[in-house]
Design a protein around this ligand. Structure first.
Ligand SMILES: *Cc1c(COP(=O)(O)O)cnc(C)c1O
Length: 412
């Protein structure tokens, strides 16, 4: 079928998530398709931060740790993220960055399989995940090794030497998504520990870690969770492992009784032992606001809208931009795709820059991928239409073919 803008307007009118858009501050005249990289500003963030800065910190100073439960924020925010990823209360804590949580989680996984020495990951995974695994292997020495599978090549890598399989659920560059439950079962059949990086999944997909039997997971706070630039990340450990769980960054706030100030480390109960040092309260407050944008929202509805918007985007690119040399870089089947769509084009970088100049904010991943995040909390169906209309205009007028779009900034 051929779509018109009115068709998408009709979808907006019946969209049961439409009201959630008002929970965000979105600049007029812009279409934000980069919420998978940095979520936009929730409306409540500035007010919450103002309160924490002026009243809690400014007025109550050190007393605020108890009075406003600051000390409990890592677990409280963890439980709220848990609801979004199918975890029980007490299985998730918030703190540190995704990279640091990966370090702790891979190490914890290795300790759960002390007779094995191999970590398996994927060569096309997000580089930080690979660098962290390699760094840990280098630190451990003693025949530990990192084995990297090509995409789809996991089967050949698994044997009874593998301790931990660490994979990103949704690939950052292509949006390709693993079957979380099936891969977890496959890894368990080989006796290994399954660690998922949910950086591109939390807040965008309907996933159930407990039901899938996942062992460990971590993920990002500043992407679909809208926690602000550099927001603290989260880490999950299935309850069945809590008694045996241990990780090497044994900071004082992962201790059972930090204010006893004893010289010997004794891990806190449960997932609390994944905490290291003092929580960054200002950043946690911004993440709190980001999570509030999910109040009353069911992830199944978010996923359904995301699939519909992603499909429409691709169908409209076909309809409006056929003949302009775009190829599809994310899987065609929406059930194998996370919440982003990716196009390949030799002039990808300049095309994205020309779109940004027109207020359509996507991003670029080397060597030639145009990436568009689909974020149903605030994206309207008409935004999808308008974004593709801009893409068509950029191609038809060759607006991208301009010297101002050649120079690459450090952050693409
Ligand atoms: C965004 C992202 C990260 C980022 O890690 P930081 O420590 O926050 O810089 C790591 N891994 C994956 C898969 C990501 O998507």
């Amino acid at each position: 079928m051929t779509y018109t803008r009115d068709d998408l307007l009709a979808l907006d009118r019946e969209d049961t998530l439409a009201h959630v858009r008002d929970r965000f501050i979105l600049p007029d005249g812009e279409i934000y398709l980069d919420g998978n990289s940095l979520g936009p500003l929730p409306r409540s963030t500035a007010e919450k931060l103002h309160d924490v800065v002026h009243r809690q910190w400014g007025h109550d100073q050190i007393r605020a740790w108890n009075k406003y439960r600051w000390i409990h924020l890592p677990r409280e925010l963890g439980d709220r993220i848990g609801r979004l990823i199918g975890a029980r209360p007490g299985e998730v804590v918030v703190g540190d960055s995704t990279s640091v949580n990966l370090f702790k989680a891979i190490a914890a996984g290795l300790r759960l399989r002390p007779d094995r020495r191999v970590i398996v990951s994927e060569i096309n995974d997000f580089p930080s995940d690979l660098y962290i695994a390699q760094g840990l292997v280098d630190l451990l020495g003693d025949q530990y090794q990192l084995r990297l599978a090509e995409s789809g090549g996991l089967d050949d890598m698994l044997d009874d030497t593998v301790a931990v399989v660490s994979l990103t659920h949704v690939n950052y560059r292509t949006g390709r998504m693993h079957d979380l439950a099936a891969v977890t079962s496959q890894v368990h059949r080989q006796g290994a520990i399954m660690l998922w990086d949910l950086s591109h999944s939390a807040g965008s997909l309907s996933i159930r870690l407990d039901d899938a039997g996942v062992d460990l997971a971590c993920g990002c706070g500043y992407k679909f969770l809208n926690g602000g630039p550099g927001a603290p990340a989260f880490v999950y450990a299935a309850e069945r492992w809590h008694d045996q769980l241990s990780q090497p960054l044994t900071g004082w706030l992962g201790h059972a009784r930090p204010f006893d100030f004893v010289p010997e480390y004794q891990p806190a109960d449960g997932v609390g032992r994944m905490i290291c040092g003092t929580p960054p309260i200002l950043s946690m407050t911004a993440l709190d606001a980001g999570l509030s944008a999910f109040d009353g929202v069911e992830m199944a509805d978010v996923r359904e809208k995301s699939i519909r918007q992603g499909q429409l985007f691709l169908e409209l690119v076909d309809q409006e931009c056929g003949g302009h040399g775009f190829s599809l870089r994310s899987p065609e089947d929406p059930h194998q795709r996370g919440s982003q769509v990716c196009l390949g084009h030799a002039e990808g970088y300049r095309i994205i820059q020309a779109l940004i100049a027109r207020g359509v904010i996507g991003d670029f991943r080397a060597p030639d991928v145009l990436r568009f995040g689909i974020t149903p909390l605030y994206l309207r169906y008409t935004d999808i239409w308008d974004a593709v209309a801009h893409l068509r205009a950029v191609m038809e007028t060759r607006a991208w073919d301009d010297d101002q779009f050649i120079r690459k900034e450090l952050v693409t």
